[in-house]
Ligand binder design. Structure first.
Ligand code: FES
Ligand code: FES
Length: 850
């Protein structure tokens, strides 16, 4: 086209408008979606490409600024021509072999920066690696594995060491072992009605799955005393033994997929590679309340194991047979002590897709004829739209303004046109804004604004009492009271929320990265006043969730805009929207009073938590007289679930008080805990960590150096974290080591558990040290990665993981509980090094002591 500028991408020339942002050019015009959007301001590195071999942030460049330069995206990374063509680059091999990713959203950028680093420094040390990758965010916290992958890539490039397992694998290999749900624009595999809303006898199993045997586990009768997120499962086995199991759980990077496949394979006696798992597709999968609360192993794992165990006992399908077996009750399950497959480490599937850019995340999906939608957002939470002058965008071609179902937004053929139009509308909108506090007024505001609580299991007030805490405190030999606080923090998954909605003959499909596809289906149906069975929600590969991607908002937005526009619509939130239109981990104010008898035994204990929630408020210590209370408050900012919920706040307060008491009575903090712990499993983890770090009670203090330890028990997982810190110039706190000990019953996949413990420890480190939302008059003032600090490569110390396997106990989850002892351990270490007791999270102001 006249006026286009020619650029060369991966060796191929293309003519594009010169003003097009380079990121949009490679993704939207050339279909090279390995370059990701993460921030739009040059602060995360997800959009990295190579310009003449050097890393560049494509979100900060335009097409005309790169004319004449050789642009390489992850799709163009090759070791060389000739016989090497089509093979993985050694850096890709190393990242795959080290399993240096969880969700994989940051991986293409990491690999390209590493490639450039190794070209100029073939043997970088850790400091050089940290410096080169300082610009790249991995929100899953895989930094340690990424560092290991860089070293391994250096060895491979030098011709040292064995070739990595994925060497030679062809780029574009399917995203392994997943039963791919339909993608936009691809063939639509759709049952007549969602199977979970249809009786088993009426489901069109075999039209979708082909001949074979289907085994359906009948749901148990609900027991009012118990609670589960998943009560049934089904699986299909072909006559030649290919198994497809179905669960409503989703995998947003945590790799519950591999462990669930392992459990099915174990019970069926099948090889793992013959077991596929369909996840998070509401037309095909059994109802599931959501992937939260570390319930994948206990709930989905439980019903999948039972279904597979039954499948082993019924006759196999013969050729051409179509048979459904409905089973109920408790089959004999395999003994974890004699597992042949489960209990051994298995890497996640799709490593090649992750390192080549072939993995298609929600934000990468496109649909023929699709337009791009952007919503009008209020300036502060709770503001009401008073007026909107649509004339502000009149006369723009290929732009539609839509006001419907309580939403206002635009759709446009081009994402830049949509962004321009919404900016013009935003300037023309009038809002009524409520009075709201600022962050330095928050603690008083929460105390002064109690509420009835929100919906859900964790929303309402909670109170429990045993004995008389008041009397016990009165008679205690030592009594201590303190108030602890935690800031609002953001999940900040590297992939912002995205959804693609398409209507087809009155039926809607929404592809979106939600952790709760079935509740989202119900909420979309409700918002659009359509029958639930006409709505399908599919969860493709997603760039992280961390408990923050529950809400249905973006799915409703895409569905409303698509219906009104009469065409498929994609909505992808900006980083600013992710901070301001998403939800935050609740801030907390916690009052604790505790007493100790003359012999060092905990006596009275009271714990009041305001706003954050009740999880983790219970205590693992023997306290005969106690009072625990959660009091909801009217949060000025939108808040909801977050990885580990309130357990991080409550555990920070309790473990900090335990440390304070131990120091006050002059007893070693580990000895004090062991003396008072009521849980033998947690005591075992504490002893294991103490031994691992060589803890010496009464050791001589080293000036400026501190070691702290803290415990936690939540969701049937036991965690102990030990932290070592050093105080540097200008009172900077440097965490030099973290050790997390964890016990979650019978370990199904040690690789995934270890990876989750590492990632959770890193994420908790951020919240402990510096993450905090700031706000003024209700408006968030740091809604960007340039102002909201998350852990980066150079921040993160070595993280050691000590796992205790208990094959005699049920399996619990590992995604959340490993977070909850990090902050109190660092706080205790700071106290040991400085004598300064910090009772607020984050513990530092941008890394420095307050
Ligand atoms: S640096 Fe470009 S998207 Fe974050
Ligand atoms: S693996 Fe790095 S952001 Fe998820």
């Amino acid at each position: 086209m006249a006026g286009d500028v020619t650029i060369t991408v991966n060796g191929t020339s293309a003519g594009l408008p010169g003003s097009t942002p380079l990121l949009s050019a490679v993704r939207d015009r050339l279909g090279l979606t390995g370059a990701k959007s993460g921030c739009g301001e040059g602060a995360c590195g997800a959009c990295t490409v190579l310009l003449n071999g050097e890393p560049a942030r494509s979100c900060q460049l335009t097409v005309d600024s790169v004319a004449g330069q050789a642009i390489t995206t992850i799709e163009g990374l090759r070791p060389g021509g000739g016989a090497e063509a089509g093979r993985l680059h050694p850096v890709q091999q190393a990242f795959a072999a080290e399993s240096a990713a969880q969700c994989g959203y940051c991986t293409p950028g990491m690999i390209l920066v590493t490639t450039a680093l190794l070209a100029r420094d073939p043997r970088p040390g850790d400091a050089a690696i940290d410096s080169a990758l300082a610009s790249q965010i991995c929100r899953c916290g895989s930094y340690q594995r990424i560092r290991a992958a860089v070293h391994r890539a250096a060895e491979l490039l030098a011709g040292e060491g064995p070739a990595a397992p994925d060497a030679g694998a062809a780029a574009g290999e399917p995203d392994g072992d997943r039963w791919g749900p339909p993608v936009p624009g691809g063939p639509q595999v759709r049952p007549r009605r969602p199977w979970d809303l249809t009786g088993p006898a009426d489901r069109d199993w075999f039209d979708i799955l082909g001949d074979g045997l289907v085994v359906v586990l009948e749901p148990d009768q609900p027991d009012p005393g118990t609670w589960t997120t998943a009560s049934t499962a089904w699986l299909h086995v072909t006559e030649d033994g290919l198994v497809t199991a179905f669960t409503g759980k989703v995998d947003v990077g945590q790799d519950n997929r591999t462990a669930l496949r392992m459990l099915v394979a174990e019970e069926l006696g099948a090889p793992l590679h013959r077991v596929r798992l369909a996840m998070g597709d509401t037309d095909l999968c059994p109802f599931d309340m959501g992937t939260f609360g570390s319930r994948s192993m206990p709930d989905a794992g439980g019903v999948l194991r039972r279904t597979a165990a039954y499948a082993r006992t019924v006759p196999s399908a013969r050729a051409g047979e179509r048979r459904v077996e409905r089973v109920a009750g408790e089959p004999a399950l395999s003994d974890p002590a004699s597992w042949r497959l489960a209990g051994r480490p298995h890497l996640p599937p799709g490593a090649v897709a992750a390192v080549t850019g072939a993995r298609r995340f929600v934000s990468d999906l496109r649909q023929p004829g699709m337009w791009h939608g952007v919503l009008l957002r209020p300036p502060v939470p709770g503001a009401a739209l008073r007026s909107l002058d649509q004339a502000a965008v009149a006369g723009r071609p290929d732009v539609l303004v839509i006001q419907a179902a309580g939403l206002a937004g635009v759709v446009a053929a081009d994402p830049a046109a949509a962004a321009d139009a919404i900016a013009a509308l935003q300037a023309a909108a009038q809002w009524d804004t409520p009075a709201a506090p600022s962050h330095d007024e928050l603690a008083d505001f929460l105390r002064e604004h109690p509420s009835a609580g929100g919906p859900g299991r964790w929303g309402g007030p909670h109170e429990e009492q045993q004995g008389s805490a008041a009397s016990a405190l009165e008679s205690a030999a030592v009594r201590r009271e303190a108030t602890y606080t935690t800031a609002y923090i953001a999940p900040a998954a590297l992939e912002t929320r995205a959804a693609v909605a398409a209507w087809d003959d009155g039926r809607l499909t929404v592809w979106t990265g939600t952790q709760t596809p079935f509740p989202v289906r119900a909420q979309v149906a409700d918002a659009l006043a359509v029958p639930e069975h006409d709505v399908r929600v599919i969860v493709p590969a997603t760039g992280g969730g961390f408990g923050g991607k529950h809400a249905s908002g973006i799915a409703i937005e895409a569905a409303v805009l698509a219906r009104e526009a009469g065409r498929p619509v994609r909505v992808a939130w900006s980083r600013r929207e992710e901070f301001t239109a998403g939800t935050l981990r609740p801030a907390a104010v916690m009052d604790i009073a505790a007493g100790v008898t003359a012999d060092g035994t905990l006596s009275g204990w009271t714990h009041l938590t305001i706003n954050a929630g009740a999880p983790g408020i219970g205590t693992p210590y023997l306290t005969a007289d106690r009072r625990l209370e959660f009091r909801p408050a009217a949060s000025p900012l939108p808040q909801a679930s977050y990885r580990a919920l309130a357990a991080t706040a409550n555990n920070f307060a309790r473990e900090s008080m335990i440390d304070e008491l131990a120091h006050e009575i002059g007893v070693d903090p580990i000895e004090f805990r062991l003396r008072n712990l009521a849980d033998d499993r947690l005591a075992a983890v504490l002893r294991a960590v103490a031994e691992h770090i060589g803890w010496e009670p009464g050791r001589d203090p080293v000036p400026g150096v501190g070691v702290g330890v803290a415990c936690g028990l939540e969701k049937d997982g036991r965690v102990v974290t030990a932290a070592q810190i050093v105080i540097e110039r200008a009172r900077l706190v440097r965490v030099t080591g973290l050790v997390t000990g964890y016990e979650c019953g019978a370990i199904v996949n040690p690789h995934a558990v270890r990876s989750q413990v590492e990632g959770a420890t890193v994420m908790a480190f951020g919240g402990a040290m510096f993450e905090a939302i700031t706000f003024s008059g209700g408006a968030i003032t740091n809604a960007a990665f340039s102002s909201y600090r998350v852990p980066r490569m150079a921040d993160v110390p070595p993280v050691e993981v000590v796992l205790l396997d208990r094959p005699d106990l049920p399996s619990a989850g590992a995604g959340e509980t490993p977070m909850i002892a990090v902050a109190p351990a660092i706080a205790a270490a700071i106290f040991e090094a400085t004598g300064q007791r910090i009772r607020s999270l984050p513990l530092t102001t941008d890394g420095a002591l307050p």
